[in-house]
Design a protein around this ligand. Structure first.
Ligand code: ATP
Length: 339
């Protein structure tokens, strides 16, 4: 039997690295954190990294990659990994990479992503091809905007053009999406190709500035001061869903995995997240999928209420990844989970 101790787990020091590395250590792996110079403190203080490789910029990943290969490190990609290295460059990663690279192409392109999610029978907010068609509240999203910065709302073509004037320089592609009035719910999943089973790991909602503070100000003051809603992500808040919604949550996740298997070789596996809004009719409108671990799992380093039901030990998403890797190594199926 192959020995998992021959392998190490590595990730970039940001996003969900603390739980990835802590989870890996809990499973018995040695860990490596690649940190920006000056940002090593959390990884030292929380004692999650056996080794820290410092770089001036995460873009230098390819310069230190050989070290990872020499150490037999398996790299765990997270949101910042893809954001800093670039969805296209990720295809050139030569170190052992956990998760499917092929699916990234479907996730990072809005129209491909939409096709995938529609194929999975999910409900999606309506998309408007032209601002002249706006006939209801819409949210305007800039492509590649970090953390929802600059997004704005409009109710009509006139309002759209009025607000759009504020972005004269923009060459970004924009997406005009129906604005769903309801509560945001981000559903965290894990799909194992080793057992063919989908697990629901937990849920969160985002804590966004200033969207989550506007309700603290009277409507009159909001108007007087001319506050514009922004969605800069600052943290994540755990939530527990009404239990009767759970069957639908499982079904949605399974459909997304099934649909992904028609798109790429191995399809989607490992952790992923459906991001959407549940409206008063309990319809769940999904506006995005993240095909990897999301920061919304960070409140659950000690496990979520849902992982507690399945595991009699703390099971973060980071630890679940490490467990999967360990099982794959020991059963000689590593090729099934590396992409
Ligand atoms: P990510 O970093 O995940 O790519 P983003 O920058 O693309 O995020 P979104 O997550 O798409 O931003 O959206 C930012 C905010 O806007 C979130 O609070 C989300 O709940 C809200 N939002 C996005 N789309 C809709 C929609 N169609 N209806 C209502 N609210 C929406």
């Amino acid at each position: 039997m192959a020995n998992y101790k021959d392998y190490k787990i590595a990730t970039l020091g940001s996003h969900t690295a603390l739980q990835i590395l802590k989870g890996a250590k809990d499973e018995g792996f040695e860990t490596i954190a690649i940190c920006k110079r000056g940002n090593t403190k959390p990884y030292e203080s929380y004692k999650v990294a056996d080794k820290i490789i410092e770089v001036d910029d995460f873009k230098e990943y390819f310069q230190i990659e050989q070290q990872l290969i020499d150490e037999k490190a398996i790299i765990i990609p997270h949101g910042s990994f893809v954001a800093y290295i670039g969805a296209e460059e990720v295809q050139n990663v030569k170190a052992m990479h956990y998760g499917s690279k092929g699916i990234l192409e479907w996730e990072s392109d809005r129209s491909k992503e939409r096709k995938w999610l529609l194929d999975a029978d999910l409900k999606l907010p309506k998309v408007f091809d032209s601002p002249e068609d706006i006939d209801r509240p819409v949210i305007i999203k800039f492509h590649g905007a970090k953390g929802g910065q600059g997004y704005f709302l409009a109710n009509s073509p006139e309002e759209f053009h009025e607000r759009f004037k504020e972005f004269p320089e923009t060459e970004d592609q924009i997406a005009i999406q129906e604005y769903i009035v309801g509560v945001p719910v981000y559903s965290h999943y894990f799909f194992s190709p080793l057992t063919d089973e989908l697990e629901v790991m937990g849920f969160d909602k985002r804590y966004e500035s200033n969207a989550d503070s506007i309700g603290r100000i009277a409507a009159k003051d909001q108007v007087d001061v001319g506050i514009r809603t922004t969605y800069t992500i600052t943290g994540n808040v755990p939530i527990v869903l009404r239990e009767s919604i759970l069957p639908k949550i499982f079904e949605m996740g399974e459909n997304v995995v099934k649909a992904s298997q028609k798109l790429t070789d191995k399809g989607l596996y490992g952790p992923f997240c459906l991001e959407g809004i549940i409206d008063p009719n309990l319809d769940y409108f999904v506006f995005e999928i993240s095909a990897r671990i999301v920061a919304g799992t960070n409140p659950y380093i000690n496990g979520s209420p849902y992982t507690r039901l399945r595991y009699d030990e703390p099971m973060s998403t980071g630890r679940r990844i490490a467990r999967e890797i360990k099982t794959a190594i020991e059963s000689d199926q590593l090729d099934k989970i590396l992409g």
